[in-house]
Design a protein around this ligand. Structure first.
Ligand SMILES: [Zn+2]
Length: 166
């Protein structure tokens, strides 16, 4: 018989072979956490065998553990989402960087062009021939730069296109 001694071991509760629900649930929690002494397990099982509400409790906790376990398994997709966000952030940063750089260059080039026009081309003290020479050289340089830039751009695009077609 398993009853008598167990009853005496319980602190202050009414002696008896069967656990009270309150104590059974504490032991149930310990069992589910893997902390229940093996010797205590038969008493818990005895209680679960006769107590429907504690059995329901056990089922609920087991289901909860399953869900938490599934959530732990789903951490890998979460990492992928973080990587995706990281990529988006980096792209936004690059895009923002390019935008600010472009604005800065446009302001500088505009200012340079304005200064060149005002201080040099529109300056009556600068001889006309010098204005003509420098103006022609600058204009020729700009045309060449645009032409080379277009050629490089076209080559780059057609190479990308061929890579995609292969
Ligand atoms: Zn119970």
């Amino acid at each position: 018989m398993s009853g008598g001694n167990d009853g005496e071991r319980r602190r202050g509760g009414s002696p008896g072979p069967v656990l009270q629900c309150e104590e059974a649930r504490i032991k149930l929690m310990e069992f589910l956490d893997g902390e229940l002494a093996p010797a205590e397990l038969p008493r818990l099982e005895d209680h679960l065998a006769v107590c429907v509400s504690c059995r329901r409790e056990e089922m609920a906790y087991r289901r909860l553990e399953e869900v938490t376990g599934q959530m732990a398994d789903e951490e890998y997709p979460d990492v992928d989402i973080e990587v995706a966000w990281e990529t988006i952030y980096r792209r936004m940063e690059r895009g923002f960087g390019w935008l600010i750089l472009s604005i800065g260059l446009i302001v500088l080039l505009g200012y340079g062009a304005w200064q060149f026009l005002r201080e040099f081309l529109l300056n009556p003290e600068v001889p006309f021939l010098l204005k003509f020479g420098v103006g022609a050289a600058v204009a020729g340089g700009i045309v060449l730069l645009i032409s080379i830039g277009r050629e490089v751009g076209t080559k780059y695009r057609s190479e990308r296109y061929r890579e995609v077609q292969r």
